[in-house]
Write a protein that binds this ligand. Structure first.
Ligand code: ZN
Length: 132
């Protein structure tokens, strides 16, 4: 029996587009046609103005590091095999703030505002240092 994974949500009809894009290496955002703002995680209405005139768009994948913390213990699979890891909040270039994981970074040299680029691990968006 395969152990349950706690890093992969069950996709419903609405979020399936997001996870299918992620599996193909694209990060999707939702953009509001009424106020023009983007948001993440995906919702069926705009969290800024409540409009339902919201559509998918592909994000640039560029972000800056807002804050982070090093997680030394997490008993939920698969996280327990990854500790210590860097849980991060990043500001996407399009504006939304996103909870994610930072990979491939020197944990002792992280700084707020560091440039990041999206990467995908098992179809889940994570971020790594770099803007190239
Ligand atoms: Zn809006």
């Amino acid at each position: 029996m395969t152990a349950p994974r706690h890093d992969l949500p069950e996709a419903d009809a609405f979020t399936r587009a997001y996870w299918e894009a992620a599996a193909g290496g694209r990060l999707l955002l939702r953009r509001c046609g009424a106020c023009g703002r983007a948001h993440h995680y995906p919702r069926e209405f705009c969290p800024h103005c409540w409009s339902e005139d919201v559509t998918w768009e592909t994000a640039s994948g560029l972000a800056t590091l807002y804050t982070w913390s090093v997680v030394h213990r997490n008993d939920l699979p698969p996280f327990r095999d990854r500790t210590p890891y860097v849980a991060a909040v990043v500001d996407l270039a399009e504006g939304p703030r996103m909870m994610t994981e930072l990979v491939g970074a020197d944990r002792d040299r992280l700084r707020a505002g560091a440039r990041l680029r999206v990467a995908f691990r098992d179809g889940v968006p994570v971020f790594r240092p770099g803007d190239g």
